[in-house]
Design a protein around this ligand. Structure first.
Ligand code: BV8
Length: 238
């Protein structure tokens, strides 16, 4: 099967790669569902990653993101991240990389033009529309930092459940999916929308790379039951 997929990679003029938390697992970043260890095990990530949860208990949610940032800072992109960046360097314009991950590891590996559908955990933005008094650099330190004039709070610049994805990035991702010859869907359980929907709108063949069954297996032309950092270097080498 790998040989078949390698032939599809060689023949494809435009490849789209859609990644999820499993892409970073071999770097040591627990997947979204596995991230709930220790203190956070008692919380459902989908409950924490919402505006409601943040307004109800800002320091709990802020500390959860601080916990995840600490974890991500300590790790490095893996061979899968590096293989994608190297392929893009060797074949400019042939690969569009779309990720659900907020960890920035694709960008750190050197991948150009990453479409980060769900934002970046290392960026902050104001919770409410900032007033003239809201200066992020002058925010009072705390969990979370806040404006001492109006009380506005900083929040991570990620897309929470129930929130719209960045319109331009989603539109670019949908365009790429509709124009691709081949889509590699790597390390995602395929349950979160509209991201998972991209695999269902892909014009080209869909190949899933995941050690476990996913909600998208039914739409795939091939399923490779393996790990991202092991299979991607094999599939993408010229
Ligand atoms: C919205 C950022 C609407 C925050 C995230 C249609 C149908 C059903 C529900 C909905 C629908 N449309 C919308 C919804 C609601 C909701 C949704 O999808 N709910 C699901 C859960 C049922 N979607 C939303 O709320 C979206 N917004 O719809 O807005 C709207 C419209 C108009 C006006 C206003 C609003 C926003 C969704 C984005 C939420 N933010 N992240 C943060 O990170 O804190 S989602 C977050 O969870 C991740 O970014 C990722 O997308 C998802 C986790 O999924 P995966 O990445 O797949 O990770 P998971 O742990 O599940 O699986 C890991 C996989 O890796 C496994 O399969 C495993 O086997 C595999 N693996 C493990 N090791 C390896 C491996 N694979 C390869 N190699 C390995 N080594």
């Amino acid at each position: 099967m790998n040989e078949q997929v390698r032939a599809w990679v060689r023949a494809a003029r435009h490849i789209v790669v859609l990644t999820g938390a499993g892409m970073s697992a071999e770097s040591g970043v627990p997947t979204f569902r596995d991230a709930q260890t220790g203190l956070w095990a008692q919380f459902d990530p989908q409950q924490l990653a919402t505006e409601e949860a943040f307004r109800a208990n800002p320091s709990r949610v802020w500390d959860w993101y601080a916990f995840r940032r600490e974890m991500i800072i300590k790790v490095e992109p893996n061979a899968g991240h590096r293989a994608l960046a190297a392929f893009a360097r060797r074949h400019p314009g042939r690969l569009t990389l779309i990720t659900q991950n907020v960890d920035g590891l694709h960008q750190r590996a050197g991948s150009p033009g990453v479409l980060a559908l769900h934002g970046n955990i290392f960026e902050d933005k104001w919770l409410d529309t900032p007033k003239s008094c809201c200066n992020a650099h002058a925010a009072v330190a705390g969990s979370p930092p806040y404006c001492d004039r109006c009380g506005n709070m900083l929040r991570p610049n990620v897309v929470w459940f129930g929130e719209m994805l960045p319109v331009e990035i989603l539109a670019a991702a949908e365009d790429a999916a509709r124009a691709c010859d081949l889509m590699l869907v790597v390390g995602t359980s395929g349950v979160v929308y509209p991201a998972a929907g991209l695999a269902r709108t892909a014009a080209g063949k869909v190949v899933i790379i995941n050690p476990e069954p996913t909600d998208l297996d039914d739409t795939a032309d091939a399923v490779l039951p393996g790990k991202a950092a092991e299979l991607l270097p094999q599939l993408l080498e010229d």
